[in-house]
Structure formats: structure tokens, C-alpha cells
Design a binder for this molecule. Structure first.
Ligand code: SER
Length: 902
């Protein structure tokens, strides 16, 4: 095989090499880490193997290899500020890795690495340096077989001990560096023009390409290290860095991974090469951040105000700010993202599938940022001016928090702008304001879920696992079970018995009750012993595998150890199952209609309705909703078979079953499929989802589905609520009843309701017209009486009066009419139209010749009512604010005319 040169070739060569060495090729996991984790983003290839490294999960093959999408934004592994100036840092990168789970250890890991670097990539051995942990003689010994001993360096924990984050598997490591600076070709080719040992871990010319971690410990939150059950290997090689080494260029940004993206930026800006070279930092920031944003949105994260969404927003906004600095005046980020998708989409196919969603999300964020910027900068300017006026140079934390919390202005941006203007920020004050707000949010919750779950975690070892019987419909009634424990949920005490009136949690050896999970609410029903009866209100799983039945004892006493009969409220459960199976159909129909990006973000499956949250940027239109509803109902009529199967997660993945981001799945998963018998044109397997919920046998049992509403949940997430089965039937019945009763009221048949209402509307409009005619007639009549109020000023007739008018036009007509009537006159009329004062002035030609000027006149008069206006000498109009001042304004007319005529 020829030596790999391009990044695509290197990625493939890596996976192939380790596959040949017996490693299972595992696809990259999402950038959103699965399961309970303190990680914000996937930050290493080993994340998805944490359980295997800790010995909690046994993988069929103890060797794996992957090319993993990784984000490092802040903390010990990277800092946002590095990105741009640094030749070797990005927020997003690809990590090639090989893993051993209790299989091979240091010796083989080092051998494989050496083989790959020198035989597959054929990197020059004279440029290689390695490091090991300070006391790791073993690793140093293996290296010494290949590398001159003076090239094997030892470092302390800061450099050579790897931890994923606060907690998790960790251990000493060994790193491979590749010197990328010049080597003197003439003298001593083996003695490179290097800094020598002192350059490693210091100089940028020493490119750290590969990290081999010897996993040995599990780190607890307090920092204690517990040895792992077995020793493992986790390696990580940055694709960008190794491409830089292979391609012999000076920075990651000069590799084929970035060049096309940087070229696109240059095209968009129309920069010359010199200009591009000058603005290199901005170019890099935009290229890197466009990559992270594209990948994050591809993994379902949308810009927002919390957690991952906030970090994405921060990254994007940093890119947008740099964009402005290097000369972008309009939107650009989606265009750069297009280049990212062109470059990466063939390997990370999710980018292609979600292309339109990604681009749309970016465009929206860019537009919204522009609005935030305009508003925030204005506010911050005012604030800084005020502070300057008081001779202060620190922006108070509370104000920074207000900008963030109320106006969505990011903290980092406030800090940057403040610093550019010579201010500092009161970070403590900001943190305090933030903490205070969190405390307020917490205090508003009532039941302390944390304490409750904690009780159970403490008891966990004494609690038996509950066998779930409830997938079987036959097991919903009168199932014999045993009460194995009674727990007081407040104190966490185990009780021997619970008497009438007490509210406790019963644990059973086996249970037909579904415990709340996967969005589906828990079952309710009855648990009866010979001596007592309890109503089940709620069922939860406080720790995995343990069902806590929250009950109220309504008669007698329930004792620990007794046999009991458990009966699920079956009618309610069937309603729930209808909604759950319908939820899967809705998910399918949403993606059919809106596109594959419309992935589930959350759901609630209750007896009376279902709620489904999914990714989508704009409102779902009425037509789309109709299509979705029709599609679901078609699937219902096709009476698809519901199949639930247990299988290995890898088998589910292979089949393409839908998994949810951020869910942690075990080895064996349950896949719920909806299968057709080939009716219609679709595939025979319509939907496959990983799901632990309870479902119908066939979709026909749903009856029908009606969409009840559509709304926004947060930026980029929409919610549909729907009803099925009995609820749908009831809703239709009620609507028909309402229609009939409405029809009766207006004296029509239901199917003629529309015509009847149109008719009524016409009648109403006709009456409106008549009413207006009467009003206008009345307003003309008032004019006659006005003629008696005319005064004379220097031989010109002057009339100033307040009248009733319906519009400006009406008022103008009146003044025309009066002016023509009077001859040689000036007329000023005022009226309240829509609760605002309105003035019109009109002057005859002879009055104008004498010096009269309607425009000037009305302007002066309008001032009194708090307004302005003007116009021609013969006709003018003005408005104002204060209706009550109209009489006072009109009273000035006489004097003003007198001045004009003189
Ligand atoms: N976990 C190590 C790293 O991220 C090796 O993969 O560097």
C-alpha cells in the first residue's frame, strides 16, 4: 500500500491497521456524551468506552479502534482563547485511537504505535521524540528498543498523567513528538537543528502527535485513585496534528483538513493572499469554529442559553465577532459551514443528512446575534459612559449579569468589549448574581428528588431487583407478587408494616406496573394482601432495576414479606400504550415530512395525551401539520405490527435503530419496530427505536391520532401535542356537538354553517355602512350651526371650531365645504379622531393673497396640543397628542390670523 498523505488516507490507514491487528472498528460516538457524565462534550476517543475501561461492561472484543469527533473548549485540555493564535489547537478535532480493555498493555501499545508511525506513515525516525511518566522504567525500556535513549524523556504528572476530567479512568501516559522544524542536511543529519530535549513540551516545532495512556486507576471526585480491576490501553492521535507531520506543513491549519475552508473564507471576502496572510488569526478562528458548530448542530445541539447550547452560542459568536474584525459585513457563517460539509460529509454522513438544518440554524443564530449585538453594545456604551462620568473603571458584576440574563449578551463578549475600552469586570459579582439566580430556581422546586434517590442509593445493596412482568398484557390483572420491602420515602427508613392512611413505597419481587421512564408515565392500580389494600399512585425507579411503588394504604395493614395481588389499571395502561406506539409513528411521520433533522428531543407519554419535542427551526406550518397527521393515521390504518426484540447494541446500531442523544444504553437493548406487511409503498420496517416502553400489538389499536397543538419549546426545538384513541374520539364528539349547537343558534344546518355566517357578516357590514352614513349626516348638520360662530378679522372671515369627525378626510371635506360657503375666509377645524387631536386649516385664495397661510397657521395651533404639521397656504393638516387642549389651541386662531394679515 502506498504511503497515506491526505487526512482521509491517514484516517483510513489507521482504522485498517488496527483492524488488521484484531481491533473492532467502532464508529465515532456523538459529541454529546451519553449517560451520566460530568463532561460537557465528548473530549476523547475513550469516552464511549468508559464502562469497559472501568470493568462495568464486558465487550465481546477486548480491542477497539475509532476515529472520534472531539470537542475541547475549556478546562485542562484546551482554552477557547488558544484557538487562532496556536498552530496546534482547535475546539473541534478528530481523534484516532486504539483501545485495549484488559487485553494488551504497554508493550504492545508501544509496538503498534511505532509500527504505525514508522512503517505505515513512514515518518522520519530522526525527527521522533518520546516522553514517559517520571518513574515509568517499563515504558522507557520498550521505547529504548527503537529510539536512542537520549530521545526518551521523563516528565511529571502535568505532562504525563492523563485524566479525562474530574472523575473516571486515568493513568500515566507516553507521548510521541514529531519535530517539524528544519534539519541540517549537510552536517550531522542525525543531529537535527533542534533545541534538543529542552524543546519537547515547549517549542511548537515539537508536534505532539500521539498520546498512549496506560489506564490503571479510577479517579473519584475528591481526587483519590482506586486501581482498576485490570489494566487497559487508551490512545489518542490528533488527525490534524499527524496530517501536519505527514504533509510537512507548519500548522494544523495548513493541512488539507483546513485549506479548503480557509480558501472559502478568502473567496467570500475577496481578499488577496497578502490580506489573507495578515488576517490569519481571524481566518483560523472562523474555520475552526465553523467546524465545531457544524458538527455540534449535526449532533443535535442548537444554540441557546444553557449548557452545551450556550457553549455552541459562545463559539459561534466568537467566530462572528472575528468575522466582523476581518471585514465581513453581511452573513457568512453558513457559507463557511457549507465548505466544512463538503470537506467532511463523506465520512461523517450525518453532516450531509442534516445539511439544510445545520445551515438554517447557523443563519438564524447569526441574525439573532446581530440584533443582540446592536442592542447590547448600545446598553454597554451607556453603562460605560455612566461609569466614566463617575470616574469608575470596574463594570459591576450585577450589570454584567443583567446584560447576560435579560438581554442575552454573552459574558465573554461584555468582558472583551469592556477591556477594549479600558474597563475591568467584577467577576465575583457576576458569579454571585448567577449563583443567587440558581438558588432562586432551586427553591421553587418542592419535592426533593435528590434526597429521595440518595436514600435508595444508600439502601441499594439490600434491595432486591424487581422483575418486570408488564410487557405481557395477560399479567396486568391479579398477579401474585410478594412485598419484599416497605420504605418511608421521606426518611429512607425500611418499615415492617404500613397501616391505613400511610403513604409509603412498596418494593415487590416482581411487578406488572410500568415504572416511569423513557418519557412514559408510571402505571397506577391496586396492591392487595389478605389484610390490607393499597392504591398505587406512582411508580419510579430510584436506582436501576428497582421499582418503588408509591402507594396510599386505604384499608387494613400491609406487612413486609406478605404475598399480594397486583392489578394495573388496565384501561389507563391501554391509553398509555396507544399514545406510546403513536409517539413512534409521529416521530417517523415528522421525519418523513420535515426531514431527518426532526429528531426526538424529549417526550411525554401520558394516558390522556402525548407530547413530543423535536429539532426544527421554524414553526411547523398548518399544511405540514396536516400532512403529519394524515401520515400517522395512514400508518395506523396500515395496521403495522409492533415487534419488541432484545439484541446487542451493536446489532441495533447495524440495523439503524434510532437512538437518542444523551441516553446511556447498556449492552443489550430493546428495539421496538413497527413493521408492515408490504401494504402501501413504504419499507416493511417503518420505524425502529431503542425503547423500554410498553406498546400495543398492532398500530390499528391506536384508533386515530389528532394533533392538538404545536408550539416552540426553546430555540430550535418545537413541541407537538396529540391525542389518540378514546381521547381523540371524545374530542371529535365534543367538536361535533359544539358545531351542532352553534348551527342551531344561528338557525342553520351544520353543513351550512359557513354560508350562514357569511350571510350574517354581510348583514353586519351593511349595518355598519348605514350607521356611518347616519353619523356623517349628523356631522354635516353641525356645520350649519357653526356658520353663526364666524368672526371677522381685518375683513377676512375666520372660523375656528371643534367638531365631530370620523377621519382626517372627513375633517378636510368639512373645512372645504365651510371655506367655499364663506368666501374670503380662513377655517380651522379641530376634532378628536381615534382619541388623538387632529387639526385642518383651509384658506380661500383672496385670504391667501392678503397674507393668510393655512400651513403656518396650523403648525402654530398644533403646538398647543403637543404636535406638529403643516402644508400649503390654502390647505394644511396637523396632529398632536393632547385632545383636552384642542379648545385652547383653537382659541389662538383669531390672534394668529391677525398677525398673518398684517
Ligand atoms: N485519552 C487520551 C487523550 O485524550 C488518549 O486517547 O489524549
Amino acid at each position: 500500500m502506498s504511503v497515506p498523505r491526505t487526512s482521509d488516507e491517514i484516517r483510513q490507514a489507521f482504522l485498517d491497521f488496527f483492524n488488521e491487528m484484531g481491533h473492532e472498528v467502532v464508529p465515532s460516538s456523538s459529541l454529546v456524551p451519553a449517560g451520566n457524565t460530568t463532561l460537557l462534550f465528548t473530549n476523547a476517543g475513550m469516552n464511549q468506552f468508559t464502562d469497559a475501561l472501568l470493568g462495568l461492561e464486558k465487550r465481546p472484543n477486548p480491542r477497539a479502534t475509532s476515529a472520534q469527533k472531539v470537542m475541547r473548549v475549556s478546562g485542562k485540555h484546551n482554552d477557547l482563547e488558544n484557538v487562532g493564535p496556536s498552530n496546534r489547537h482547535q475546539t473541534f478535532f478528530e481523534m484516532l485511537g486504539n483501545f485495549s480493555f484488559g487485553n494488551y498493555f504497554k508493550k504492545e501499545a508501544i509496538e503498534y504505535a511505532w509500527m504505525f508511525v514508522t512503517e505505515v506513515l513512514k515518518l522520519e525516525k530522526e525527527r521522533l521524540w518520546v516522553t514517559v511518566y517520571t518513574d515509568d522504567d517499563e515504558a522507557a525500556g520498550y521505547w529504548a528498543k527503537h529510539v536512542a535513549p537520549e530521545r526518551v524523556l521523563r516528565f511529571g504528572a502535568a505532562e504525563n498523567f492523563w485524566t479525562m476530567g474530574e472523575t473516571g479512568p486515568c493513568g500515566p501516559n507516553s507521548e510521541i513528538f514529531y519535530y517539524t522544524g528544519p534539519i541540517d542536511p549537510f552536517t550531522q543529519p542525525e543531529r537535527a537543528l533542534e533545541d534538543g530535549p529542552q524543546g519537547v513540551n515547549v517549542s511548537d516545532d515539537y508536534n505532539e502527535i500521539w498520546n498512549l495512556v496506560f489506564m490503571q486507576y479510577d479517579r473519584a471526585a475528591d481526587g483519590t485513585l482506586t486501581p482498576l480491576p485490570f489494566q487497559s490501553i487508551d490512545t489518542g492521535m490528533g488527525l490534524e496534528r499527524v496530517s501536519r507531520a505527514v504533509q510537512g506543513v507548519n500548522s494544523n491549519y495548513d493541512t488539507d483538513l483546513f485549506v479548503p475552508i480557509l480558501n472559502r473564507i478568502q473567496e467570500l471576502l475577496g481578499d488577496t493572499d497578502e490580506q489573507r496572510a495578515e488576517k490569519w488569526i481571524g481566518y483560523r478562528v472562523i474555520a475552526d469554529h465553523a467546524r465545531s458548530a457544524t458538527f455540534l448542530i449535526g449532533d443535535g445541539v442548537v444554540p441557546g442559553n444553557e449548557g452545551r447550547s450556550y457553549v455552541l452560542r459562545l463559539i459561534l459568536r466568537r467566530a462572528l465577532r472575528y468575522g466582523k474584525m476581518i471585514g465581513f459585513t453581511g452573513p457568512f457563517i453558513a457559507e463557511v459551514a457549507r465548505a466544512v460539509i463538503e470537506k467532511m460529509g463523506h465520512h461523517y454522513t450525518e453532516l450531509r443528512e442534516q445539511e439544510s438544518f445545520i445551515l438554517e440554524a447557523l443563519k438564524r443564530e447569526e441574525a439573532s446575534f446581530q440584533r443582540t449585538l446592536d442592542r447590547g453594545i448600545a446598553l454597554l456604551d451607556d453603562l460605560m459612559n455612566e461609569l466614566r462620568g463617575r470616574g469608575e473603571s470596574v463594570v459591576p458584576g450585577e450589570q454584567v449579569f443583567r446584560l447576560y440574563d435579560t438581554f442575552g449578551f454573552p459574558y465573554d463578549l461584555t468582558r472583551d468589549i469592556a477591556e477594549e475600552n479600558g474597563f475591568t469586570i467584577d467577576r465575583d459579582g457576576f458569579d454571585q448574581a448567577m449563583a443567587a439566580q440558581r438558588a432562586r430556581a432551586r427553591a421553587s422546586g418542592t419535592f426533593n428528588v435528590d434526597a429521595w434517590a440518595e436514600h435508595y442509593r444508600r439502601l441499594a445493596d439490600d434491595l432486591p431487583q424487581t422483575a418486570f412482568l408488564g410487557y405481557d398484557y395477560a399479567a396486568l390483572e391479579q398477579v401474585p407478587v410478594q412485598v419484599v420491602a416497605i420504605v418511608d420515602p421521606e426518611s429512607g427508613q425500611m418499615l415492617n408494616e404500613a397501616a391505613t392512611g400511610s403513604e409509603v413505597e412498596l418494593l415487590l419481587d416482581r411487578s406488572p406496573f410500568y415504572a416511569e421512564g423513557g418519557g412514559q408515565v408510571g402505571d397506577t392500580g391496586v396492591i392487595e394482601t389478605e389484610y390490607g389494600r393499597a392504591l398505587v399512585q406512582e411508580v419510579q425507579k430510584p436506582v436501576p432495576g428497582v421499582w418503588a411503588h408509591r402507594v396510599t394504604v386505604v384499608s387494613g395493614t400491609i406487612r413486609r414479606g406478605e404475598m399480594a395481588r397486583a392489578t394495573v389499571d388496565a384501561e389507563r395502561r391501554w391509553d398509555i400504550m396507544r399514545n406510546h406506539t403513536a409517539t413512534h409513528l409521529l416521530h417517523r411521520a415528522l421525519r418523513d415530512t420535515l426531514g431527518e433533522h426532526a429528531q426526538q428531543r424529549g417526550s411525554l407519554v401520558a394516558p390522556d395525551y402525548l407530547r413530543f419535542d423535536f429539532n426544527h427551526l421554524q414553526k411547523v406550518s398548518d399544511e405540514e401539520l396536516e400532512t403529519i397527521e394524515r401520515t400517522v393515521n395512514r400508518y395506523i390504518r396500515e395496521d403495522l405490527e409492533v415487534m419488541a426484540e432484545e439484541m446487542a447494541i451493536s446489532a441495533a446500531q447495524e440495523r439503524g435503530a434510532t437512538m437518542l442523544f444523551g441516553e446511556k444504553y447498556g449492552d443489550t437493548v430493546r428495539v421496538v419496530s413497527l413493521c408492515g406487511a408490504g401494504i402501501g409503498t413504504g419499507p416493511s420496517r417503518y420505524s425502529q427505536e431503542l425503547c423500554g416502553g410498553t406498546h400495543l400489538l398492532r398500530t390499528g389499536q391506536i384508533g386515530s391520532l389528532l394533533i392538538a397543538g404545536e408550539q416552540s419549546v426553546s430555540q430550535g426545538v418545537r413541541r407537538i401535542t396529540a391525542i389518540t384513541g378514546r381521547a381523540a374520539e371524545e374530542a371529535v364528539r365534543q367538536q361535533r356537538q359544539a358545531l351542532r349547537s352553534l348551527a342551531r343558534r344561528v338557525g342553520a344546518q351544520p353543513d351550512q354553517l359557513e354560508t350562514r355566517i357569511e350571510q350574517l357578516q354581510q348583514e353586519l357590514a351593511e349595518r355598519d355602512r348605514q350607521l356611518q352614513a347616519i353619523q356623517s349626516d349628523l356631522s354635516w348638520r353641525q356645520l350649519d350651526t357653526l356658520l353663526s360662530q364666524v368672526q371677522e378679522v381685518d375683513g377676512v372671515k375666520v372660523l375656528a371650531a371643534q367638531v365631530e369627525a370620523t377621519s382626517a378626510e372627513n375633517l378636510r371635506e368639512m373645512s372645504d365645504w365651510l371655506r367655499d360657503r364663506l368666501g374670503n375666509a380662513i377655517v380651522v377645524l379641530g376634532a378628536a379622531v381615534d382619541e388623538k387631536p387632529l387639526l385642518v386649516a383651509a384658506a380661500t385664495e383672496d385670504a391667501v393673497k392678503r397674507g393668510g397661510h393655512a400651513g403656518n397657521l396650523v403648525r402654530e395651533v398644533a403646538r398647543v396640543v403637543g404636535g406638529g404639521g403643516g402644508g400649503r397656504p390654502n390647505l394644511a393638516q396637523a396632529g398632536g397628542r393632547d385632545v383636552d387642549k384642542l379648545p385652547e389651541a383653537l382659541a389662538k386662531v383669531g390672534d394668529l390670523v391677525r398677525e398673518q394679515l398684517n
